[in-house]
Design a protein around this ligand. Structure first.
Ligand code: ZN
Length: 142
């Protein structure tokens, strides 16, 4: 992907503040952090969303996430951390190269990750459960 900033970072064509790298993944500090130490963990290969990521890469990426989360948490003496990913613009994805956020947290740091809670109507939860559990994706077909 010629125009993808994260592909350029992964290829070393654009500098970053790298905190971790292995065969499939690279992790670096977000330049617009929610908190100091906010880190992005990305696959080196270009995939748009989490569900696009090849299974072998996702397995490696999961272990990288765990390692980097521990580095962020322990290295910064954080009280906690959030791990999240925005998939597609409707969910807030801006750079269309899949990337996980690790945000170190302190008690009373003022960061709020919250939403107004909804309620299911009668029978609605069963209907939603059927739609979700019955969904077939490319990865399920394997
Ligand atoms: Zn990319």
């Amino acid at each position: 992907m010629d125009d993808c900033i994260f592909c350029k970072i992964a290829a070393g064509k654009v500098p970053c503040n790298k905190v971790y790298e292995d065969k499939y993944t690279i992790a670096f500090l977000d330049i617009n952090p929610a908190a100091k130490g906010h880190t992005l963990v990305i696959p080196k290969e270009h995939y748009e969303t989490m569900t696009d990521i090849a299974p072998a890469v996702m397995q490696s990426l999961s272990l990288s996430l765990q390692k980097v989360a521990k580095k962020v948490h322990d290295g910064l003496l954080a009280d906690g951390y959030n791990v999240y990913i925005n998939n597609k613009p409707a969910a807030g994805q801006v750079v269309m190269h899949a990337h996980f956020h690790i945000v170190p947290r302190k008690h009373d740091d003022g960061i709020r990750i919250q939403w107004p809670q909804k309620r299911y109507g009668p029978g609605e939860m069963e209907d939603i459960k059927s739609k979700v559990s019955g969904a077939v994706t490319g990865n399920d077909r394997g």
